[in-house]
Design a protein around this ligand. Sequence first.
Ligand SMILES: *Cc1c(COP(=O)(O)O)cnc(C)c1O
Length: 416
Amino acid sequence: MLAFAYRNGALCAEQVLLEDIARRFGTPCYVYSSAAIESAYAEFERALRGRAALICYSVKANSNIAVLALLGRLGAGFDIVSGGELARVLAAGGSAGKTLFSGVGKSESEIEFALEKGIGCINVESEPELERVDAVARRLGRRAPVALRVNPDIDAKTHPYISTGLRENKFGVAHEDAERLYRRAAKMPGIELVGIGCHIGSLLTEAAPFAAAAQRVVALADRLEGAGIRLQHVDFGGGIGIRYKDEAPQPIAAFVAGALAALGTRPHRAVFDPGRSIVGNAGALLTRVEYVKPGASRNFLVVDAAMNDLIRPPLYEAWHDVQTVREAESPSAQRVYDVVGPVCESADFLAKDRKLAARGGDLLAVMSAGAYGMAMSSNYNSRPRAAEVLVRGDSAFLVRSRESVEQLFALERIPG
Ligand SMILES: *Cc1c(COP(=O)(O)O)cnc(C)c1O
């Protein structure tokens, strides 16, 4: 599914001209394609047809409530990492019962909020957290549905900042501790053990490490069953990569098949929590060139989007394709540019060494920005955050207004 394509020389999101979106809503502006999100979700559904399964979209990748509502209507559950994300899921009409609560640092009030709302499962990541969940549940007179997130000690072969399944990472309980913790949890009156999970990292291109982690977790579920601990689901995590540049990630179906093969004919419900692979290529960041700034050694396109809008390039040295919204007519007009923002940091770049034909006032689209774009944005340099627009066919909806400068300091006070 191609969310963005040129029509008569003008880049469109589905059937909407990006030029029209810029005119109506201004820049910088995130633009998402509903059809691309639906089509990525459908890939998971197809691969899981005939199986007891739940696709829990990882809210942290893109938490706009319009995106959550779209996925909720398709039947998705959600994977959250904070009470704030649960509030978003509920505001979007999502179901708490189909929501998993992950993350290493859940506070007491977050656990309480999740239990009161009827969370589907709390993915516990340490022994002290298990004790806290038990205590909060007993205080509320409830039993908390719990899975342990197990660290399978598998190298996901991805960037060290986004690898999570190795012994040295902060995530999950060590594989060799898991059985003891399950036995302990089984005796806790506030805990109802419902599942087991893992998540080995992000931007995976190969299904093999994903399948290896699945095998280790399923083997552990078997041992637990031998010890009388019967679980209802196995959560295989997310982390499936997308193409940003020239990566060729294996298709979603290959990852799902690896996990389902590990599960075999066991009756457990198969759970996946994809984020990037659902929304990553469904979004672009639309920005306008403020200045063309030629230099002695480098030429710059200074644009109105910056690292506060999209931090992936400086943070992970991530590569995002940049396209001119007007299709380049002849390659001879192209020069090599760094695309940079107005923020006062040398790390403020969106792209480096790109051949582009652009003049002041032209629009550019930074591609594959649907995941970890707006969700990781900030107000650094007192820059109001970008607007967000969701496209469906020939219609464009403003799903988050551009912030105003006044909103940025509305909560601040000068002591009297
Ligand atoms: C971040 C995260 C995901 C989603 O990762 P993607 O790379 O966006 O698919 C899934 N599960 C857990 C537990 C996570 O922390």
